[in-house]
Design a protein around this ligand. Sequence first.
Ligand SMILES: [Zn+2]
Ligand SMILES: [Zn+2]
Length: 151
Amino acid sequence: MLSKNNKIDCPRCWVKMNQTEINVLGPNIIIDVCPKCNGVWFDKGELNKILKDRKLSDYLTKDIGTQTKSKLVCPRCGGLMDIENAEELEVDVCLNCNGVWLDQGELEGLKTKSEKGFHGNKEEKALEKWEEMVKKNRESSFNRFIRKITR
Ligand SMILES: [Zn+2]
Ligand SMILES: [Zn+2]
């Protein structure tokens, strides 16, 4: 039986989550399941191993911008999380460690989308990339300003 170092608390109910071993192609993975709300936590890369849909899992965990619309705090690293949309499904993703929180039923929802062929919303992703760029630009001009006045 594989095990991860630390048991984590459910970001919704704050109870210890159960570790469940899942058979996938390659080494098995352990996911964390909340005994109370049946929400599931996936560490980085684990969602892709279960969905076997790189496009969909990348869509949810890459180019996630910097906004934090989610009210959850990452159970793995304590980082801020954001809500990513796969059409009507809202998935919480950690901006720091790229872990993914799925409420009960959302994994099935994602699977269904994957089977139908999910293409995502390019405009929404483009907007997030743009926001990211603007933020980086703002930070670098701020840094230039700081360097100027501290010289
Ligand atoms: Zn829970
Ligand atoms: Zn995290």
